[in-house]
Design a protein around this ligand. Sequence first.
Ligand code: MSP
Length: 634
Amino acid sequence: MKKETRYVSTPIYYVNGEAHLGHAYSTVIADTLARYSRLKGHETFFLTGTDEHGEKVAISAELKNKRPKEFCDEVSATFKKVWKKFDISYDKFIRTTDNEHKKGVQKAFELLEKNGDIYKGEYVGYYCVSCETQHMEKALIDNEFCPDCSKPVELKKEESYFFRLSKYEDRLLKFYEENPDWIIPKSRAKEVISFVKEGLIDLSISRSSFDWGVKIPEYMNDPKHVMYVWLDALFNYVTALGFNNDFDDNMHFWRDQNTIHVIGKDILRFHAIYWPAFLMSAGLPLPKHIATHGWWTRNGEKMSKSKGNVVDPVEVADAYGLENFRYFMLREVPFGGDGDFSQDALIARINGELASGLGNLVNRMIGLSRKYTDYLVDTIDAKKYYENELKEVNQLLLSAEEYYENLTFHKVLEQLWKPLAIADGIIQRDIIDNKEKSNEKIMASIALVATILSKVSILLHPVMPKTTEKIAQLLGFSISSETYEKYIQNDELLERVKLSKIDTLFPKIDKPLLEVVKIETAKKVEDIVTHKEFTKSIIKVGRVLEAKEIEKSNKMLQLKVDIGEENPRQIIAGIKKSYSVEDIVNRLVLIVTNLEPKPIMGLESQGMLLMAQHKNKMVLVAPEKDIEVGSVVS
Ligand code: MSP
């Protein structure tokens, strides 16, 4: 019989920064789903990877003074390292700079084009580089900020190819109507439907103002166009399966239509509107679900590097234990909702549920078996004494499985703790408080507890793989699709076993283990500088004699600045987005003149131009009145 297939994906992560809590969350959810699917014996494919093209990544590389590919190689490798640490069981890690992917996206472009859905035009509109999204003017906040991330948008005007998104409006609406469960949680479908109902405009899908992207197919004879990063990125879900190569049978994972895309709510529009429209145009089937999780905040605020409140998942996992952290992420927040990260909440879950709940029950079972049965567990009489309890446990486990299928992980975990409470109650009533207990009944009670622990461990395995395997080893089995079938599907009781050893599973934690500073990367701590240190910097008044654009840089200008020395200084300044060549020539500026020279974009910068900056806005700092060049600022 052909096995059922499941295909689970995470978003592919932008390489403009390293992995943070939000990325870890998407990935742990998808990993849990993939592990659950394997446990059930489904043929499973789990994909993650990195999204490496586009303006945002190109700018980040430029700021680091690196070539884009070199920069992407480095950051992509850091994601792989974090996922290894997080025990992420992916089958493939795709990079959009992979050749097979690039060829696959070109093939997709060709399909869309041959279907009459691509035409050439001019894109004039507002663009948010941070979200890599175009916006209509009416959607902007205060006419200048992105409605999604609040950063300033840019007005763009460039030749571009367009995808006829508007053509798919009716088909999309019909699809949502016929598939009300397509988006998980269901409640999120409303915002998608109303966005489409407001009217879709055609989507600009190529860029000609920079070249860090996949070139549009050669037969288009238009080599200056690279593809829009979201067109490139979304197709990763099929190129990873060998879409480009007709002989690769991994494409059956797509054709079987059992795909679940795990994403965050901020990228729902791309997955629920653009992606199905692209797929319809390319003649490919649609995924089964778009599973949309909420956002983690810190003290109620959005995490962002500029605020310095980003939680570093590796620090947290190192301090609190990886699997405790995985448990926390899934238990703390109902799927789809937002959650606030705090060490206190994490400690409360570890102490209250893991240590006092699961860990304590394991210890009690070991203690009692040592005292009464010489570590022997034998379920021979468990049914005789505990038929009702076993039935109840079975019902609870069945409902935990339903919750898994609906991705309501917090309910899965809530449900799995109920049998543990039953086991605790039995120990108390039938062993501790019972003065007339027979040996047979004690053995049955211990066996019931062990059986409950075995079953709960199997269903908890996708969330806490190593911890549950330790419990299974203690109970004489290993967790696999076979033992899942035996103990969960067929509801068998544990086999006779002598308990082996186990280390303490969940040591209690009495105080936060990380200083707040430690879990927050890029924390803005203003270092104190002494007067002596400060006066080491020499700042002089200069006049810009010449300014030039730098090829391939959309941030930098090359300036020649007279600072009263024999020769003008060459300064490479990241001001192009705020000042044109004409704006800057002849202006008085301030230059730090005794900085060590630094190569930027292959040119030597011999000083630093002083600017005032707020978010993406930059203005020149200059003397208030005219004064001779070379004057020293003090
Ligand atoms: N590259 C795109 C995805 C392309 S998929 C074809 C992208 N990348 S991302 O790196 O910016 O974000 C990836 C995921 O991280 C998104 O699902 C996003 O929701 C998630 N998170 C980023 N910050 C988050 C939180 N603070 N909380 C929870 N998840 C958030 O978007």
